[in-house]
Design a binder for this molecule. Sequence first.
Ligand SMILES: [Zn+2]
Ligand SMILES: [Zn+2]
Length: 242
Amino acid sequence: MPYCLWCREAYSPAASWGTLFSVSLEERFCQICEERFQAIEGEALCMICGRDLRLLDERYVENRMCSDCVRWEKDGWKDVLQKNRSPFLYNEFMKEVMTAFKFRSDAILAQGFKETLQQYYRIHFPDSVIVPIPLSHERLNDRGFNQSEHLACLLEKPIQPVLVRRLHEEKQSKKSRKERVMPRSNPFEVKADEEIKERLEGQSVLLIDDIYTTGATLRLASKALQPLKPKSVSALTLARGW
Ligand SMILES: [Zn+2]
Ligand SMILES: [Zn+2]
């Protein structure tokens, strides 16, 4: 009998999992826990950031885009990020699970998202070159673990960790509101390795991160990749805010 990754209760795999029964010892969430995650589904998603437009007042929707993405385009970020998709809402339960995953380094928890992430890759971003969002050295030392790289590994495809994050950004609380959305300089840069350049040229690139909040991190990372001439840069993030 498998045990749930979160509540550690033993559970019997649902009949519908059928052939999955043969891999039932693979770690996953039980049905009760799984139902506490809120999937982002349906057709009414912002075509850029994947936000569920039904959750927004219609004043904040324009040409199938949310007002945040409209503002990004007006501010000169058009096509920098082709699209983001997040399978789940960042609800209270996801927050709890992510906190355990990121800060207590319960890396095994991420296994529960493997199937979903692989499915998203297949459907939305087939054949994309995978680039995880890096942490700065300082933060990596603090935490000992990069959650984005870990999520990227779940896709079981080759990963190109071509980005570095230069500086340890100041605490959010010390920044002005504007700087919280967009820092003064881009913290991302491409590794100084000539060979890397060819790996992304003309390719669809997929950035992997844990959470989509303002979308600034992903856009800055994409901007840093532009000199490598990718065909497009998109993102797959596990969860996003409302
Ligand atoms: Zn459970
Ligand atoms: Zn949007």
